[in-house]
Design a protein around this ligand. Structure first.
Ligand SMILES: Cc1cc2nc3c(=O)[nH]c(=O)nc-3n(C[C@H](O)[C@H](O)[C@H](O)COP(=O)(O)O)c2cc1C
Length: 191
């Protein structure tokens, strides 16, 4: 698929089939992530590919976040229900790729640029998945950046999760998308 077409027609696909995805396709997606621009070649990203019961890793992260924030008056039964509902969120796609930024200590590269590189890696991955006929949605939300999620994925130092890519064969039509014309966001400067 032409890159322009991939950029224009990629849409978030929140509902995917549970059909398994060939490892070779997942590897292509990961490879695309590693070709993102990154200042001083720091390659500041880490990936976790979660499939099958492996998705429980993320599920346990969601549950740990929810339990740590839960109303202390909840009964054991209510807490168990809450944890179960949170864990199930990780099973919304057959493959979930967690992407974290691992900022380098290089003084030339400010942390903000390491995030920029990791986010670029995610975009490369979304576009590649789309070109392969797969659907993705970049999911985040407050739990992504929560201390309990960091603990679950054993992030250390300045490492941060930047998002979860839910990946699978689409089970919905892409939604209509709208963008503000670039002219409204652009100043042309020529002298
Ligand atoms: C950093 C980031 C985090 C996002 N987190 C979520 C999320 O938690 N849940 C969700 O439904 N979509 C999430 N999205 C996807 C956006 O909702 C989606 O890209 C937007 O609605 C535009 O739609 P499109 O991707 O189809 O162009 C996220 C996107 C980005 C860039």
């Amino acid at each position: 698929m032409d890159v322009k077409e991939a950029i224009r027609h990629r849409r978030s696909i929140g509902k995917v089939k549970q059909d398994p995805i060939d490892k070779s396709l997942i590897e292509e997606i990961l490879e695309a992530g590693t070709w993102a621009p990154n200042h001083c070649q720091t390659e500041p990203w880490r990936f976790w590919v979660m499939t099958g019961e492996g998705r429980g890793l993320l599920g346990r992260g969601y549950a740990a976040v929810a339990l740590s924030e839960a109303n202390p008056d909840l009964s054991a039964d209510e807490l168990a229900k809450l944890a179960g509902a949170q864990e199930r969120k990780a099973y919304r796609a057959p493959v979930v790729i967690a992407v974290a930024v691992t900022p380098s200590a290089t003084p030339i590269v400010p942390e903000i640029e390491e995030f920029a590189a990791a986010h670029s890696a995610v975009q490369n991955m979304l576009l590649t998945a789309h070109a392969l006929g797969l659907g993705t949605i970049w999911r985040s939300g407050a739990p992504t950046y929560h201390a309990k999620m960091r603990e679950t994925f054993e992030l250390s130092g300045k490492e941060e999760m930047v998002g979860f890519i839910y990946l699978g064969y689409p089970d919905m039509e892409p939604q209509n998308a709208k963008r503000t014309p670039y002219a409204q966001k652009t100043i042309w400067v020529s002298e």
